[in-house]
Design a protein around this ligand. Structure first.
Ligand SMILES: [Zn+2]
Ligand SMILES: [Zn+2]
Length: 370
């Protein structure tokens, strides 16, 4: 019998509440993880804020997904991680928080990230296996979940963003066909944006331009490799911003631009910042129902495409870990996590992470230490 605390979400505007849960046993192919760090990700903020309608279970929802931890209990049939390396209780691990079904056209076509069934409906604390999310002492990795041991060289602070923000941007740039020598516009200098800058430079980007409205975030993007930044508060005219991007990309526009903001109003401008033939990578706007007006002829005459990506194929995680090992001196990774809170202070952590409609923020990413 395993007992542990979890934070339960009852809807926007209501405080999360800590509950004690019990789990009878771990299935033969599952793994129970003792969560060391659970970050407040931008998409958690969307749910918390109520940016989109969300149907919650009557007994609340246990959420959170960007995290790292240690193996607390291995199912009896689990002997190795997803790369075949020996896995034992106590090992530090990085793991995916979604589960491609293995039996659908996307899975059959070896595109697990496109599986429609990889994330189930929100589950409450009463439903097995109870520990559904990161904001808890334990996380239950379901049978078949992708899991990888973590190199000793990496501190937990660096590993916590791996299974969401970092893998998300690596896979997104991969799907957008980002190549050596390409130019990139990143809209949004939050956790995803700054890590995308570093990944793009490691991939051999010619120029990385980051757009945001908070000076501290733009400064951090520069520290993570951005060549140019645009503060939309300072360059208030959209045409001026597009002109700047042209100027910094040899007069043609960027090969790839990406929405890492999460508010769809930025999308038409990002598409305009592309060169003819360029690709727009849509990751940020996860809120269902959020809309934007778009002129399709701009895609047609510009031969531009839009690529939408949510989550990633699991092969990305070990590459993300390797990337951190080889760039841990190059980029200030220790600046990604700026604040830590015990699980009991989860409401303070969300309050402090809120950046929307704020002029300044001192927080990059807050983490819970359950
Ligand atoms: Zn996330
Ligand atoms: Zn599937």
């Amino acid at each position: 019998m395993i007992r542990g605390k979890a934070a339960v979400f009852f809807g926007p505007g209501r405080p999360l509440e800590i509950r004690e849960l019990t789990l009878a046993d771990v299935e033969p192919d599952a793994i129970l993880i003792r969560v060391s760090l659970a970050n407040v990700c931008g998409s958690d903020l969307h749910f918390w804020r109520g940016d989109a309608p969300l149907k919650l279970p009557a007994d609340g929802w246990i959420f959170g997904h960007e995290m790292t931890g240690r193996v607390a209990r291995l199912g009896v049939r689990v002997k190795t991680d997803s790369l075949g390396q020996p896995l034992k209780e106590g090992d530090r691990v990085a793991y995916a928080y979604f589960y491609p079904c293995g039996r659908c056209p996307a899975c059959l076509g070896k595109e697990p990230a496109a599986c429609l069934f990889k994330v189930g409906r929100p589950l409450g604390p009463s439903e097995f296996p109870h520990f559904h999310g990161a904001f808890a002492e334990y996380y239950y990795l379901k049978p078949g979940g992708a899991i990888f041991t973590v190199p000793d060289a990496l501190a937990d602070d660096l590993v916590a963003p791996v299974n969401c923000a970092l893998s998300q941007v690596i896979f997104g740039l991969h799907k957008a066909g980002f190549r050596f020598g390409d130019t990139l516009v990143i809209q949004g200098a939050g956790g995803l944006g700054v890590q995308a800058a570093a990944v793009a430079k490691d991939l051999g980007a010619q120029t990385v331009i980051v757009v945001d409205q908070i000076p501290g975030r733009l400064e951090l993007a520069k520290a993570f490799g951005a060549d140019h930044t645009i503060n939309v508060k300072e360059v208030a005219d959209r045409r001026e911003r597009v002109k700047l991007v042209r100027q910094w990309t040899g007069g043609v526009g960027a090969d790839v631009a990406c929405d890492l903001v999460g508010f769809p109003a930025v999308i038409p401008e990002g598409i305009e910042m592309l060169r003819s033939g360029g690709t727009y990578l849509e990751i940020g706007t996860i809120s269902r129902g959020a809309k934007v007006e778009l002129e399709p002829a701009l895609l047609v005459w510009g031969t531009k495409k839009i690529v939408g990506v949510i989550q990633y194929d699991p092969w990305v995680i070990p590459r993300a870990l390797d990337f951190l090992v080889r760039t841990r001196e190059r980029w200030p990774w220790h600046r990604i996590l700026s604040h830590k809170y015990p699980l009991e202070q989860i409401n303070e952590a969300f309050e402090a992470s809120e950046w929307h409609n704020r002029e300044t923020t001192t927080i990059t990413r807050a983490a819970l230490t359950p």
